[in-house]
Ligand binder design. Structure first.
Ligand code: UD1
Ligand code: CA
Length: 458
């Protein structure tokens, strides 16, 4: 197979998105659209990869970084004009050039390969990828002659009533003989409704010049979905998530309600893990085997081992070993590291803390900036008071320590192994091994107080 150049069009306004964010940076299944496109073309090992940027060029270029060359289209005069901007980069190439848009995130590499093969087989000047759309509204239509051969592509806005009835659409992916691409582009005019220089016009031009043009139709329309507004974005998300969830199901992950499980593309999940509905696994998250993750759970950029039960909780930038139970309604904030068999109960918040094997933090507790040993019991309502408004301070608690309910630990404090705090204490000093820290005022009972109560007077 010949080497291909790739041009990705990403200069447009994306005005139909009604957003301050450049269109191609909007995310589908946790990944910007442009990344889906770049990932699909990457295995083709392009000779040259050029992205055309314009509106929001800085943000788009910064996002893509070194993965592509860039050319800037200063004024968005149409897709044909956009491709022309790549001329200085491609003028010497005798190969083929694949062109696609940054707003069509669903294409698979196999499909692009099929198009390239079809192009070579047909010995065409250009081959366009087409699809049969149930609702072709908004797409360019493929106009074929009586002999079935492609004549031209007509945009929705320029199409006649008859042409609008055509269901075969232009997916916006083409492969061109590189030299013929640029010679045809030089002929493209903007005498159309939008007064733009249309890339699709090159087909009609090349055919009229006597070159052979071809089309390759894909079976699955959903791949060709173009995201022009937020309605299409939601459809793209839905379809992509279905694809992702199916991949996991075939690899042994159980989904109770795949329609409402939101798994980002990069997430890894081990077999026999069960994911309930309304679960969101985001970013670079890795989940091991045989976990149960229940409804309402959100996990972002975290590593989870095996055999854990995570019940309706939020976890960010944290690690969890094995056989841990969490929730319901727990919140692990960044840099929480839980060893095996830890239990984090309801309404517990953990941040910047290491919690040792078998330690239990059962109820209504805040653990911040702490190193906890093994088999510790932290009573209900314990607060690690770690912040004086300016600095954060650390607490350490040794193995098997027993922290009584409603203890306030004013950091920095060291509580030794097998030390105890009395319930309700405000601990400000270190506690030695086997000692009990008690810091609360003694109770006094005032007799016959009932009669002195205001409501009993007069
Ligand atoms: C385009 C095609 C249409 C096809 C559809 C498939 C044209 C004229 N129409 O329509 O036939 O069915 O895609 O999704 O090509 N862009 C630039 N510079 C510009 C204009 C656009 O870089 O001056 C980029 C956009 O950022 C976008 C892509 O080209 O990534 C397509 O432009 P868009 O305006 O979305 O075209 P469609 O109306 O979707
Ligand atoms: Ca589009």
């Amino acid at each position: 197979m010949k080497k291909v150049n790739v041009v990705i069009l990403a200069a447009g306004m994306g005005s139909r998105m009604r957003s301050d964010l450049p269109k191609v940076l909007h995310q589908v299944a946790g990944k910007p659209m442009i990344d889906w496109v770049l990932d699909a073309v990457e295995p083709l090992q392009p000779d040259k990869l050029i992205t055309v940027t314009g509106v929001g060029a800085e943000a788009v270029q910064e996002h893509i970084g070194n993965d592509s060359h860039f050319v800037v289209q200063e004024k968005q005069l149409g897709t044909g004009h956009a491709v022309q901007q790549a001329y200085p980069e491609l003028k010497d190439s005798e190969g083929v050039t694949l062109i696609m848009a940054g707003d069509t995130p669903m294409f698979r590499t196999e499909t692009l390969n099929e198009l390239i093969q079809e192009h070579e087989r047909g010995n065409n000047a250009v081959t366009v990828l087409t699809a049969d759309a149930k609702d072709p509204t908004g797409y360019g239509r493929i106009v074929r002659g009586d002999d079935g051969l492609v004549l031209k592509i007509v945009e929705q806005k320029d199409a006649s009533v008859t042409e609008r009835r055509i269901h075969e659409i232009n997916t916006g992916v083409y492969i061109f003989n590189n030299q013929l691409l640029f010679s045809a582009l030089a002929e493209v005019k903007n005498d159309n409704v939008q007064q733009e220089f249309y890339l699709p016009d090159t087909l009609d031009i090349l055919r009229t010049q006597g070159y052979q043009i071809g089309a390759h139709q894909i079976q699955d329309f959903t791949e060709s979905l173009g995201v022009n507004d937020r309605v299409a974005l939601s459809v793209a998300n839905q379809v992509m998530r279905q694809r992702i969830n199916q991949r996991h199901m075939l690899a042994g992950v159980e989904f109770i309600d795949p329609q409402t499980a939101y798994i980002d593309d990069q997430v890894e999940i081990g077999q026999d893990t069960v994911i309930e509905g309304n679960v969101s696994l985001q970013g670079h998250t890795v989940i091991g085997q045989a976990n149960r993750i229940t409804t309402g759970t959100v996990i972002k950029d975290s590593q989870i081992g095996d055999n854990n039960v995570i019940t309706s909780s939020h976890i960010e930038e944290s690690t969890i070993a094995n056989e841990v139970t969490i929730g319901p309604n727990a919140h692990l904030r960044p840099k929480s590291h839980l060893a095996d068999q830890v239990h984090i109960g309801n309404f517990v918040e953990v941040k910047g803390a290491e919690i040792g094997r078998g330690t239990k933090v059962g109820h209504l507790t805040y653990v911040g900036n702490a190193i906890l040993g093994e088999d510790i019991n932290i009573g209900a309502g314990t607060i690690f008071v770690n912040y004086d408004g300016v600095n954060k301070f650390q607490t350490t608690v040794g193995d098997r320590a027993f922290i009584g309910s409603n203890t306030k630990i004013i950091a920095p404090v060291k509580i030794a192994e097998e030390a105890i705090t009395a319930a309700g204490s405000t601990i400000t000093e270190d506690i030695e091994k086997h000692a009990m820290g008690i810091a609360r005022t003694r109770q006094t009972n005032k007799e016959d107080f009932w009669q002195k109560m205001p409501h009993k007077k007069g």
